[in-house]
Design a protein around this ligand. Structure first.
Ligand code: MG
Ligand code: MG
Length: 601
């Protein structure tokens, strides 16, 4: 499919937008009228610049409030349209978006509306132009795509088709299956956008919160499948109004937009035929954590912390200053680099590491150079949007080289095992303007499922958090954005952490206390509140209070957890999941944040 994007979707002047969109590999653009009005370029120059960049201008938009209950005003609107037709000639555009009327002057009667659209289509046809009539979700009378199609069908003019916009259809909860009743040739244009599921005025929702397919909560894949089933063969075009994208790096936004369309195309084909496309390659979802890697200078205290958490130093890399620490199935690499300890890489278990890396590359993710000696395991790695390196590993299988072969065993380490069995989740801090990009990345590149965004009070702002998980919750990642009041509080406290799972946190916590692990202190008021909220056995409450544990419960199970103090930019959480608790103790995060801000980290 040809891929297009509305100029309104990225930041910059018109020239900057066209360059960014072309660099991302788009075939064309929807030219937003405001971008034309505000540029010093003449229409002919815009046309030339787009052509020089290899872009077609696929749509001119929007033309608002065409119909009128007054014949005189309709004729004035028609004159306005004629001016635009002439302009479109200069621009070399042959399709104009006409959106349904939102004004009090709108025509309520379908017969009159059809007459006026017929007149407009005649005028457009004289210029070789096609009108794409779109139902805005907040149109005065026409606010549903099926209504817009009924009018277009009734007019039955070759210069009039309908424009389908996924936001207007899905925001109203309309069933997109009705699209299949529209002949593909009568669909003049298709605009795609996703959005988070919000309960708010639909106009504000549309103008500020649209996002690229795969970033929100709409089923854009099914809608696109219905569109393609009609035989529509025009461009798939992204039309996204988003407050964050308006002020973000336009090259980055454009590349993310392209990633979203490539993923959408692959998912749609798979839904329609059951077969994946050649590009993007289909890859199995990660099945677990192979390791978490901390970059830390040698004297940073990370080794001491790991030792007191019960880890053993079990290996050292053959050629690099990297240590392997292990406890149960939890593995932590400590890479002697960087100025301050931070979570720098994650190893993900993949049934097929090569395909996983291939899919990431097809979806425009930066593949990291494999600077390894010839006898070493060549690990496929890509950079996540926040710069974290993701390694695709296959640990302990004969059919694939094992990354652990690169580590020589280390003898003579002390054992202070504390009952940690695995990595439960990792939490990654995201830059505020890359939250949607990260969601799309983990969803489309890795095949993980995003969950609802939660907003947690922080004493100096808000923490936005979204969990992403794979089948069976074998891989859980929490993406966090700290929205706090000023620079001073942005980096403190860090939100990156590695959560380690155990089977009996009370026993583990006793070991950790005995080992001297610095554990975050929890205010006594917290336990008074716990007592009020849950009917906990007095002995359990006493243990929680004594050991500095936090507690949560939902209908599926219970969650016990504790936090260590921070080393550099990272800290550890130790968790116990009872039964099928699937959350992350979000209710307790404000307690942690407040203690950490107060210097308790
Ligand atoms: Mg639209
Ligand atoms: Mg956590």
């Amino acid at each position: 499919m040809r891929k297009s994007i509305a100029t309104v979707s990225v930041s910059g002047t018109l020239q900057e937008k066209l360059v960014a969109v072309a660099e991302a590999g788009f075939d064309g653009v929807e030219l937003f009228e405001n971008d034309l009005i505000t540029t010093a370029l003449s229409p002919a120059q815009v046309r030339r610049q787009a052509a020089d960049l290899g872009l077609t201008i696929d749509l001119y938009q929007p033309f608002r409030d065409l119909d009128s209950s007054s014949g005189e005003r309709f004729r004035a609107n028609l004159r306005r349209a004629e001016r635009k037709f002439a302009l479109m000639h200069e621009l070399g555009v042959d399709t104009m978006l006409v959106c349904s009327n939102v004004s009090d002057d709108a025509v309520a009667d379908d017969t009159l509306l059809a007459e006026q659209l017929h007149t407009a289509a005649e005028a457009a046809a004289a210029h070789g132009i096609v009108l794409a009539y779109e139902a805005l979700a907040w149109g005065r009378y026409v606010d549903d795509y099926r209504h817009a199609w009924r009018i277009v069908e009734r007019v039955d003019h070759p210069a009039l088709g309908t424009c389908l916009d996924s936001f207007h259809i899905l925001s109203r909860g309309s069933d997109p299956a009705g699209i299949r009743k529209i002949p593909g040739a009568k669909i003049a244009f298709v605009q795609l956008a996703d959005a988070p599921l919000l309960a708010m005025d639909v106009l504000q929702w549309s103008r500020h919160y649209r996002c690229f397919p795969g970033q929100g909560g709409f089923d854009v894949v099914s809608l696109t499948e219905h569109v393609l089933a009609t035989g529509y063969d025009g461009p798939l075009s992204l039309e996204v109004f988003n407050d964050v994208f308006r002020k973000s790096d336009n090259r980055r936004t454009a590349r993310d937009a392209m990633r979203s369309l490539i993923a959408l195309e692959g998912d749609t084909a798979r839904m329609a035929t059951g077969e994946p496309l050649a590009t993007p390659q289909h890859a199995p979802t990660p099945t677990g954590f192979a390791f978490a890697e901390l970059a830390a200078p040698p004297d940073s205290g990370v080794a001491d912390l790991l030792r007191s958490l019960g880890f053993r130093h079990t290996g050292r890399h053959r050629t690099k200053p990297v240590q392997l620490w292990q406890q149960g199935d939890a593995r932590v690499l400590v890479n002697a680099g960087g100025a301050t300890p931070q979570l720098s890489a994650i190893g993900l278990e993949s049934p097929d590491p090569e395909r996983a890396a291939g899919r990431a590359e097809d979806l425009l993710s930066p593949v990291l150079p494999r600077e390894w000696a010839p006898d070493e395991a060549k690990l496929d790695a890509v950079a996540a949007p926040d710069g974290t390196a993701l390694f695709f590993c296959r640990t302990g299988h004969d059919d694939h080289v094992d990354w652990q072969q690169d580590f020589l065993p280390v003898a003579g380490t002390t054992e202070r095992e504390a009952g940690v069995t695995r990595i439960d989740h990792v939490a990654l801090s995201q830059p505020w303007n890359q939250f949607d990009e990260a969601t799309l990345f983990y969803r489309s590149v890795l095949g993980l499922q995003p969950h609802d965004i939660v907003e947690l009070p922080d004493p100096y702002g808000l923490l936005r958090s979204r969990a992403i998980s794979g089948p069976g919750d074998a891989v859980r990642i929490a993406l966090n954005v700290a929205e706090v009041r000023d620079e001073e509080h942005i980096t403190e406290p860090p939100t990156q952490h590695v959560a380690l799972g155990c089977d009996d946190l009370i026993a583990t916590a006793r070991r950790l206390h005995a080992n001297g692990v610095p554990i975050l202190a929890v205010p006594d008021n917290y336990y008074a509140d716990l007592e009020a909220r849950f009917e906990l056995a007095p002995e359990l409450l006493a243990d929680l209070r004594e050991l500095g544990l936090l507690y949560d419960r939902d209908e599926r199970g219970e969650y016990l957890h504790l936090y260590t103090k921070t080393v550099g930019q990272v800290f550890f959480e130790i968790v116990q999941r009872v039964d099928h608790y699937a959350g992350y103790g979000a209710h307790n995060a404000p307690v942690r944040l407040t203690v950490q801000h107060a210097g308790g980290h």
